[in-house]
Ligand binder design. Structure first.
Ligand code: ADP
Length: 584
């Protein structure tokens, strides 16, 4: 059976209930009608017959009066007309005896009428019509009329009783109909509800299966039993779920395969690879990575730093040098971080590669040691060389020709440069090997700035550059916790660079805004691609005058970072640069 037929069938009980009520109503109305009809035919006919009989009696009586008065002809004509009609009405009444006592009353009418008729027949032969009328006819007339009155009253009383009964019956019928209507509607509705619910049950089974499938349970099946069209729908749904499950299983297989091969690919890498999710949780790693204890310091802190850098959207993390490598057991690992992005290029994770740089780091250490040793070894001969040239230039060893003096002055300048480079190299190697012990104590910002300005005033004047301090309103009393000598070196480096790379007429400003030290200049500025590299050792922007060895900013950064701060630059080509650093 189809769902439509079932739903129609479910309406049947209500329809049957309504039909039953209808039939009851028809029957009851019929009953009431019949009772009304009975009143009309049983009583009203009797009342009518008795009334008519009475009218005929009146007319017969007046006809006898005509005869008594001498109008015999007129009286007999009227008598001829009225006697049969009175007789006919009496017969009608005799054939309509319905009430108890009516038969006796009608018999009394018959006897009275017959007695009256007897006296009527005797009237023509009466010697004294008038006396006959008064003595015989008139009493018989009243007797017959009275008998007819009894029949009228009897039937009228019966009519009143019956109509009262009819009224009560119709009221009872109303009550019965209302009660039956309510009851049958209730029962019919109950049945309809049960049938509808039964017809709709397969739909709820199907609904549940659809919901489970929607929630990802691909094994959900409806297996509907019920109306043929719903069974068909259930079969179609089950077939669809089956195909979906098969597809999921096959795509899951492919996915697993793809995942296995990408896992195999990163497993084949000798260096540890770690993959982090957007919220910093580790999502995957290769075999080399699994062997690491990631919660051990300093590896944990390093990973934290690289992951934080990449996930905060700063792009790739590229280490600055081998000194960033951390020691894990016998090996040194150098981190590199790359962002994992989605289709809209938003960062959704980070990949960290820990490159084993043990050998390279050893080379770097050897190189640093070599540089340090060479610089150290250079210092003593360089000092005596400088002293010798100084003394010679100052003519302590006798007179010189102009040409000799010119050559020796140039040699003295180069010796000074060489001394600077050797000092820088030694500083750097000390910083990098961690041998530099900071002596931190509260230092007044204003004294740091004043000192550096005093030390560079002459150099600035020589290059016609204005050198000023720009301290914020409270900076005068502000203090930082720092190694005054080292931080002074950083400031000195930045200021001497600014003076060196600013053309005559420019300005160099040293400032402190409450959080950062700044050295601003109105010099040539630095190209964006050079801005990162100027902090590397020995890097010099191509085309600049060969005055330094490219070590100043590398040393400055080491010192600032040893203080837990950061050193950076904002620069626009042609407008100047702003070097800044913080102290933690
Ligand atoms: P150097 O001793 O050669 O100055 P630094 O490490 O101090 O070495 O600086 C690296 C390079 O950065 C310099 O060679 C120069 O090209 C560039 N540089 C540094 N400071 C400035 C500046 N204020 N304006 C423009 N270029 C600068």
């Amino acid at each position: 059976m189809m769902l439509k037929s079932r739903l129609l069938a479910a309406q049947l009980p209500i329809a049957i209930a309504l039909a039953a009520i209808g039939m009851l109503a028809v029957f009851s109305v019929d009953e009431l009608g019949r009772a009304g009809r009975d009143i009309l035919s049983n009583n009203y006919r009797s009342v009518l017959a008795a009334q008519r009989m009475k009218e005929s009696l009146e007319r017969i009586d007046s006809a006898t009066l005509f005869v008594v008065a001498g109008e015999r002809e007129k009286g007999e004509a009227q008598l001829k007309l009225q006697r049969p009609s009175c007789e006919a009405e009496l017969r009608t009444q005799q054939g309509n005896l319905t009430e108890s006592g009516e038969a006796e009353a009608t018999l009394a009418v018959r006897e009275a009428w017959d007695a009256y008729v007897e006296q009527l027949d005797a009237l023509p032969a009466a010697a004294d019509p008038k006396a006959h009328y008064l003595n015989h006819l008139e009493p018989a007339f009243f007797a017959a009329k009275h008998a007819a009155d009894v029949v009228v009253t009897l039937n009228q009383d019966a009519m009143v009783l019956k109509s009262e009964k009819l009224r009560l019956d119709s009221r009872r019928f109303n009550t019965v109909t209302v009660v039956a209507l309510l009851l049958s509607l209730l029962v019919g509705f109950g049945f309809s509800l049960v049938l509808t619910e039964r017809a709709m049950r397969p739909l709820s089974v199907l609904g549940q299966a659809v919901r489970r499938l929607g929630e990802g349970d691909l094994a959900a099946r409806a297996r509907v039993k019920g109306p043929s069209d719903l069974e068909q729908l259930g079969r179609d749904f089950d077939a669809m779920a089956g195909r979906l499950q098969a597809y999921r299983e096959s795509s899951l297989g492919e996915l697993l395969q793809a995942q296995q091969s990408s896992q195999a690919a990163i497993d084949s890498l000798p260096d540890p690879v770690l993959v982090f999710s957007r919220d910093g949780l580790r999502q995957g790693t290769n075999r080399a990575g699994e062997a690491l204890n990631l919660s051990e310091e300093p590896l944990r802190a390093l990973l934290e730093k690289v992951r934080g850098h990449v996930l905060s959207g700063k792009g790739f993390y590229v280490p600055r040098g081998y000194e960033e490598a951390v020691r894990v057991g016998q090996v040194f690992l150098l981190p590199r971080g790359s962002p994992v992005t989605n289709e809209s290029l938003a960062v959704v994770g980070a990949t960290v590669l820990l490159q084993d740089v043990t050998r390279l780091r050893r080379f770097d250490e050897l190189k640093n040691d070599l540089v340090a040793t060479v610089a150290h070894e250079f210092r003593t001969p360089l000092t005596s060389l400088r002293m010798a040239i100084h003394l010679t230039v100052e003519l302590a060893a006798g007179p010189l020709t102009d040409k000799q003096l010119e050559l020796l002055v140039a040699a003295r300048e180069d010796c000074e440069r060489l001394q600077g480079i050797v000092d820088d190299l030694l500083d750097l190697s000390r910083l990098q090997s961690g041998r530099l012990e900071l002596e931190r104590k509260p230092v007044k910002v204003s004294s740091l700035v004043d000192e550096v300005i005093d030390a560079h005033r002459a150099a600035a004047a020589l290059r016609e550059v204005t050198l000023t301090a720009a301290l914020g309103p409270f900076a005068a009393d502000q203090q930082v916790d720092a190694d005054a000598a080292r931080l002074g070196l950083v400031l000195a480096n930045l200021v001497s660079n600014a003076i060196r790379y600013t053309p005559a007429g420019g300005t160099v400003t040293v400032g402190f805004d409450g959080a950062r030290f700044e050295v601003r200049d109105t010099g040539a500025g630095i190209l964006p691609e050079h801005q990162k590299r100027i902090f590397e050792k020995f890097f010099r922007v191509p085309g600049t005058r060969p005055e330094g060895a490219g070590l100043g900013l590398a040393i400055a950064r080491e010192i600032v970072e040893a203080h837990g701060g950061q050193l950076g630059v904002d620069s626009t080509l042609g407008q100047g640069s702003r070097f800044w650093f913080t102290v933690a």
